[in-house]
Design a protein around this ligand. Structure first.
Ligand code: PEP
Ligand code: MG
Length: 320
């Protein structure tokens, strides 16, 4: 199948009844963009901007940052959207030029947007770099670890100040849904943001209370757990009610069963490591949307991850 999948990597993931799921690339460095295009991405659904900061002994200049983002936009070309996630560090991932106290529970501490709001200058610089790199081209920006609507409003106020300098900016703003509170309050967020991107890695860690890097327990932190799926279902329903779309950029998007269930839940876009894209596309093409919806309903009703993994999966393509 893998060779077969590779051959059809530029064909979109369209179900047998004509429903299109966008398959996008996760990037951790600008230099990965050519490979992502060559492997059939329809855009970049998660550009982890951390590396730009980690690679420098002090905060990179706006010009240095701008060059990285421009490189990704140029590499993608017109019609392939780019979603950049703002700096997501803190706790276990320190930066020498950002003051951080040692914390007892870094995953529950000053990380992601919490850190950016504490030291907003860095975020403001990043937003300037992004808007300059876009130079009027469409761009999507999203913010990590948002927990409470007030955080979003604080970020939005910062963004509005910055964007006032760029009258031709074409930006959509989204938030990561990776904290259970954000999933549960998705209806509140959906009134104010343009899109959601579900980070199933952190969402699973926080929903199941299992450290995602734990040497012994992390295998139990399967994102296909119905508890996680129910949070995603809540998120998608809220989004649909308010006319915004939902993507998934955590590992679950690249899991064949996960991708099918997410499609059935109404997720529009799946973003994943570049080597998984062709396989996931080929897999989705074997289903009808109706089948994925039935599968999703059975998964939501299952008692735990093992029960979801044990579900029998009927692909229309496998019957003919
Ligand atoms: C996630 O949490 O699922 C995610 C995509 O972000 P990261 O893995 O970078 O924390
Ligand atoms: Mg995350």
């Amino acid at each position: 199948l893998n060779e077969e999948a590779y051959k059809t990597r530029f064909e979109p993931a369209v179900t047998t009844d004509g429903h299109h799921v966008e398959v996008m690339a996760n990037l951790t460095a600008a230099k990965g963009v050519e490979k992502a295009v060559e492997l059939g991405c329809e855009g970049v659904g998660l550009f982890r901007s951390e590396f730009i900061y980690m690679d420098h002994p002090q905060e990179p200049t706006i010009e240095q940052q701008q060059a990285e983002y421009a490189r990704v936009l140029d590499g993608l070309g017109e019609g392939k959207p780019l979603i950049v996630r703002t700096l997501d560090i803190g706790g276990d991932k320190p930066l020498p030029y950002m003051p951080m106290d040692e914390e007892e529970n870094p995953f529950l501490g000053l990380r992601g947007i919490r850190l950016s709001l504490r030291y907003p200058r860095t975020l403001i610089h990043q937003l300037h770099a992004l808007l300059r790199a876009a130079a009027g081209r469409p761009l999507r920006i999203m913010f990590p670890m948002v927990t409470d609507i007030q955080e979003w409003r604080d970020i939005k106020a910062l963004f509005d100040q910055v964007v006032a300098d760029y009258p031709d900016a074409q930006v959509e703003l989204g938030i990561m849904i990776e904290v259970p509170s954000a999933a549960m309050m998705a209806d509140i967020f959906a009134r104010e943001v343009d899109f959601f991107s579900v980070g199933t890695n952190d969402l699973t860690q926080y929903a199941l209370a299992i450290d995602r890097g734990h040497p012994e327990l992390s295998r139990q932190a399967d994102s296909i757990h119905p508890a996680v799926l129910r949070l995603i279902d809540t998120t998608v329903r809220a989004a649909q009610q308010h006319g915004i779309w939902v993507g998934v950029c955590g590992e679950l998007a690249s899991d064949p069963l996960g991708a099918a269930i997410l499609t059935g839940l109404g997720v529009r876009e799946l973003s994943m490591s570049t080597r998984a894209m062709a396989r996931v596309k080929a897999h989705i093409r074997g289903f009808s949307l109706t089948q994925t919806k039935e599968l999703a309903q059975r998964a939501l009703a299952a008692e735990n991850s093992a029960a979801v993994r044990a579900l029998s999966v009927n692909r229309e393509a496998d019957h003919v």
